[in-house]
Design a protein around this ligand. Structure first.
Ligand code: PM9
Length: 502
């Protein structure tokens, strides 16, 4: 280190601690079996370091905890709602704010309001809950993200970018009348927490505006996206995070938000927009599913904590430390030769399960198997983001087969220390050394919706590689193809979700 360079430290100190539990390997093995090799089905008391998700898992600040005490639990017109509305208007710039209990509730409302059966929704890669609500409302999602996003080795700095030619082709093919909106996420979760550039948001906005297509912005991690723009996009270095967030939002029409991420709360979300008439309809629909439009399924205290969290989230020191911790872990894994998605994103480090476990074909759920193995090794809980998360095509009933078969090590905000990151890196290194002995899985239970949450698996020990056969791949089972989309899948799905006929 140069002599004038000082060490870096988190911009907070710890006021309250929660003890962590450790279990023996045999206890973890029993827990994994009980959980059907799905880390979502473990109890939190069975987990040592919890990197399942950054959603609702942040540590709130002392100011947020103090804000909880200011909860105004009036049924209608709680003052906390007006504080939240003011915070969203200030930071995100949308005029109308409708609270929801979390992000998918906002997605449900906007999909119901804007989509008609047979519509097409283009977007920068699918997100599980977002696409499901679009489909339930009758639309088909079309991915128009740049090709680099599907390549874990591409070092493109803005893998969240939309390919304008792909977007134009979707408009030409289906016509703007069949496209109720463009779904634009900042950052893109499923390809590694990758940002979209400001230049691309401008270009996309200009293109869709020519066709009268509005943009629905998933702003769940927009603050983190803004940080990456500040770091890597020319002309943005001196700007504040709030300014960049505001500019992105100004190019979009509607916003769905899971405040459980950027906004540093354990529960909450909102739907926001500029259009008065659409807002009136949304305020009416929210009372059907969530609650009155001034609380939307939240307690007054939750809205107050969210209002404070939104303002804290755009502090440069906070977001630099948050993304810095993710990059610290990613850097340690790269040093150890672990295949991860590059460049390192903002909310987690994503292991490339295809390169980690080349002996397992996609049908053997390599990312799910790797997630289970990491838990077994150290009690670190990660999440599958591959074929299981992608689910089935609703028309063919076949598995969707994304190019990316990933394990997400998701870092909660302000919760773990650098020492925890070191322990995680050591465990991943250990698992990597033993990778040949990792067996594939068979799915034994498959729920109908968002199967990754509740599916169950069992190991297929015969799929582990005998010693000395590194690099061999298990052949595709007969009748299955290695294609990357539903069309090339077998006609007969292996598991029939309840109530579906093919
Ligand atoms: N994301 C995550 O862990 C939690 C549920 S899926 C395991 O990444 C985006 C980009 C998200 C997101 C949730 C939602 C839904 C919408 N958009 O979980 O309903 O990452 O608040 O938000 C999760 P809610």
């Amino acid at each position: 280190m140069p002599h004038n360079q000082r060490s870096w430290a988190e911009p907070y100190k710890i006021k309250m601690v929660e003890p962590l539990v450790t279990m023996s390997r045999s206890e973890r093995h029993a827990a994994l079996q009980r959980a059907g090799y799905n880390t979502f089905l473990l109890t939190s008391s069975e987990v040592y370091i919890d990197l399942l998700t950054d959603s609702g898992t942040s540590a709130m600040s002392d100011r947020q905890w103090a804000a909880l005490m200011l909860g105004d639990e009036s049924y209608a017109g709680s003052r906390n709602f007006y504080h939240l509305e003011e915070a969203v208007r200030d930071i995100y710039g949308y005029e109308h704010v409708i609270p929801t209990h979390q992000g998918r509730a906002a997605e449900h409302l906007i999909s119901t309001l804007m989509i008609s059966r047979g519509d097409i929704v283009p977007g920068n890669m699918y997100f599980t809950t977002t696409r499901l609500h679009q489909e339930l409302a009758g639309a088909s999602f079309v991915d128009v993200i740049i090709d680099e996003a599907h390549d874990p080795t591409s070092e493109h700095p803005f893998k969240g970018n939309i390919d304008l030619a792909k977007l134009q082709a979707v408009i030409d093919e289906h016509g703007a009348d069949r496209i109720p909106y463009l779904s634009l996420a900042t950052t893109v979760n499923m390809c590694g927490g990758q940002p979209i550039s400001m230049a691309n948001v401008h270009a996309v906005s200009e293109l869709v505006r020519q066709h009268g297509i509005p943009i629905v912005h998933d702003a769940t991690r927009c603050v983190e996206n803004a940080f990456m723009i500040r770091q890597h996009e020319s002309g943005c270095q001196g700007r504040s995070i709030a300014e960049i967030v505001h500019e992105i939002c100004s190019l979009t029409d509607v916003c769905t938000m899971s405040a459980k991420k950027d906004s540093l709360v354990n529960i909450g979300g909102f739907l926001a927009m500029r259009d008065d008439a659409l807002a009136e309809r949304a305020r009416n629909l929210v009372v059907v599913y969530e609650g009155l439009h001034t609380y939307g399924g939240l307690a007054g205290r939750d809205m107050e904590a969210m209002a404070v969290g939104i303002r804290e989230s755009v502090d440069l020191n906070h977001v630099a430390a948050r993304v810095g911790q993710v990059h610290y872990l990613g850097g340690r894994l790269i040093e150890a030769g672990i295949p991860i998605v590059k460049p390192i994103g903002t909310h987690g480090v994503f292991l490339d399960a295809r390169r980690f476990l080349p002996h397992l074909s996609t049908e053997l759920f390599p990312a799910q198997a790797l997630t289970a193995e990491i838990y077994l090794d150290s009690g670190v809980r990660a999440m599958e983001r591959g074929i299981v998360s992608a689910g089935r095509d609703p028309l063919s009933g076949c598995h969707r087969r994304p190019e990316l078969e990933l394990v997400r090590l998701t870092i909660p905000r302000r919760v773990y220390t650098q020492a925890h990151m070191d322990v995680v890196a050591e465990s991943i290194r250990e698992v990597h050394q033993q990778r040949d002995s990792i067996a594939g899985l068979e799915m034994t239970f498959e729920p109908k919706f968002l199967r990754f949450f509740q599916a169950r698996f069992r190991p297929l020990p015969e799929t582990a590689m005998p010693a000395g056969e590194s690099g061999r791949t298990v052949p595709e089972p007969p009748g299955r193809s290695a294609g990357s989309n539903g069309e090339s899948m077998p006609a007969e799905p292996r598991y029939q979700p309840e109530g579906r006929s093919t």
